[in-house]
Design a binder for this molecule. Structure first.
Ligand SMILES: Cc1ncc(COP(=O)(O)O)c(C=O)c1O
Length: 329
């Protein structure tokens, strides 16, 4: 195993220790779908998504600095927003969050309930990086980037670390990919343990910038926010550090894309058969599995062993899920 992987794996170990008092160790589930399929339901994580893993790691590290920052700022479609809000409150620091207009209202309300100042007016996926830079400069706050940040990446890697503690015989792990924080952490944790484990990212076909970035070996950017029910992965491109981990260091086997119909099918399977209240983004790896786009569990890699899916969140919009289940039931 390379020094690169070893150094990152150590940082993931440190992250796991740092965040342990504040997050839940989610279980590794089996289901009736397939005895060799394992699910990591991060919908049961604090705030309903995996995001507090990275946010707590970043914010506890920042708060321990001397001098500590005056406050924190981030931009997010909603799940990282809630995670930053709760971690900032825990660290005793104020937080400001820019959420694009039109975001899932449940996520906006939850972020405010955790005590963060939320700005949505005039924020879009296209201008949010620019607006974030302006606010950072104007207010002197410390940025907690949703994915292009090593502390966030190492925190997100703790989910795969737990999976591997539970099942060291894993042969493949699939996660959604938006900006790439989770997939980067997952790939670093998995490959440091066993380079044969296949690591696969799943994104909507309508938001295939990561897929194209891997093919072209150069970061690709979507011209505008993609039209997808997976509202957690509408980011326009993966981050620089994420590109370094995933593409330049080639720590993943593939990015696969799924159609909107495949995401809907997965969401309905999750709710109706698996009894898991996922949001569409959280069901992306299940969509790829059900569509036959992931390695088959028994045949994966060289040996035999299970395939794990990180089902990343459950912060759904109730009206949207109700409509979808009514038409799929
Ligand atoms: C539920 C859910 N899954 C996956 C992701 C993607 O995470 P990343 O940006 O680290 O790729 C997000 C990001 O917001 C999310 O909210």
């Amino acid at each position: 195993v390379s020094d690169y992987l070893q150094a990152h794996a150590r940082a993931i170990d440190e992250a796991a220790a740092r965040i342990a008092p504040h997050i839940r160790r989610t279980p590794t589930l089996t289901t009736d779908l397939d005895p060799d399929l394992l699910l990591k339901p991060e919908c049961f994580q604090v705030t309903g998504s995996f995001k507090p893993r990275g946010a707590f790691n970043a914010i506890l590290s920042l708060a321990a600095r001397d001098p500590a920052p005056r406050g924190l700022i981030t931009a997010s479609s909603g799940n990282h927003a809630q995670a930053v809000a709760i971690a900032a409150r825990t660290a005793g620091l104020p937080a400001v969050v820019l959420i694009p207009e039109g975001a899932n209202p449940a996520k906006v309300a939850a972020t405010r309930a955790f005590g963060a100042e939320v700005i949505t007016a005039g924020i879009s996926f296209e201008n949010r990086d620019q607006r974030l830079a302006e606010e950072v400069a104007a207010r002197g706050l410390a940025l907690v980037h949703p994915y292009d940040d090593w502390d966030v990446i190492h925190g997100q890697g703790t989910a795969a670390r737990e999976l591997l503690e539970d099942r060291p015989d894993l042969t493949a792990i699939a996660t959604p990919i938006g900006g790439g924080g989770l997939l980067s952490g997952t790939a670093l944790a998995a490959k440091a343990q066993n380079e044969e484990i296949q690591v696969i990212g799943v994104e909507p076909a309508n938001a295939d910038d990561a897929y194209r970035s891997l093919q072209m070996k150069e970061r690709q950017r979507l011209p505008r926010a993609p039209d997808t029910i997976a509202d957690g992965v509408r980011t326009l491109s993966i981050g620089q550090r994420n590109f370094e981990v995933l593409v330049a260091n080639r720590t993943i086997e593939a990015i696969v894309t799924v159609t909107e119909a495949e995401i809907e099918e997965a969401l309905s399977t999750a709710w109706l058969r698996l009894k898991l209240a996922l949001e569409p983004t959280g069901a992306l790896p299940l969509a790829a599995y059900l569509a036959g786009k992931l390695p088959k569990p028994q045949k994966a890699a060289r040996g035999r062993g299970p395939v794990a899916l990180i089902l990343t969140g459950g912060n759904f919009d109730p009206a949207g899920v109700a409509r979808l289940l009514a038409s799929h039931g």
